[in-house]
Write a protein that binds this ligand. Structure first.
Ligand code: ZN
Length: 83
């Protein structure tokens, strides 16, 4: 666990990645491919749960969108070759 300053709690708190149901569903849909994006998951404050810092979660959003589109495309290509 890493320690960063949390603007919500106004103190230095522990931060960690939260892997929730959405992560698991995305992993199932992409056949585990989305798990490769785990290093870019935003760190959340263990006290209030807010993501810190903002630019990181924005980067994560962009990465997640790009990755989702890519895996969807590759899945479509795979399927069109099978059929
Ligand atoms: Zn906090």
């Amino acid at each position: 666990m890493q320690r960063y300053y949390c603007e919500n709690c106004e103190q230095v708190t522990g931060h960690k990645r939260v892997i929730g149901a959405g992560t698991l569903i995305a992993a199932l849909l992409t056949g585990g491919l989305s798990l490769a994006a785990l290093p870019w998951y935003p760190l959340r404050c263990v006290l209030c749960g807010s993501t810190e810092p903002w630019p990181l979660s924005f980067t994560y959003l962009v990465m997640a969108c790009a990755f989702g589109l890519l895996s969807l495309l590759s899945l479509l290509i795979l399927l069109s070759r099978v059929w």
